[in-house]
Design a protein around this ligand. Sequence first.
Ligand SMILES: [Zn+2]
Length: 223
Amino acid sequence: MIDTIIIHYTAMPCDTSLDRLCDKSAQVSAHYLIDEDGSLYQMVADNKRAWHAGVSYWQGRDNVNDNSIGIELVNLGHEYGYTDFPTEQIAVLCELLGRLTARYDVVASKIVGHSDIAPGRKIDPGEKFPWAHLARQGFGLYPQVSAADEMALICDVDRMIAAKKHLIAIGYGISDHEAKVFEMEKTLRAFQMHWRPKCCHGKLDHGTEKMLQAVAGEVVNLL
Ligand SMILES: [Zn+2]
């Protein structure tokens, strides 16, 4: 049952992406692809499983491919030339999200990025993706938080533990198998790429703490 939508970038141009996403031997696929000019392609039927998420976890479920729709946005990405997502591309994405969220039971906290479901392993769609704009159109969560720009770092252990609890409440998978500091850093960085794009250093600071509390509060309200 589809209840989650994952946003990606392609890290390659549109024609190469279409070739790769339609090549069985590449073992990667997505339901939709949107070019920079807003051209929309559907490659996999909504009710078929696509291979876009890989090893992943969100809100209590792993193997997110099983219950999600994957949307690829053409963007060369961090490695080959990361650019702002054009207005035309985001407008078509919003139309598509409108159709998908109406058709399936997708709550706002289950519209997330590849980096959210695979922190440390994936960084798309990245800090340039306009999550705040999407939320204003009615897709995803993006609470208004005052003083979200406060940069002073927090080293207090109790507040770090509270931050970890908030990350888990929002939906991030934090494994106890990994070294604790590394695990917190990569997950905080994933959170910041989505909810605090100005500052993705992976450390807990005052602004990140405030945003964590606000997002976790909204997620809990949706449950
Ligand atoms: Zn991806």
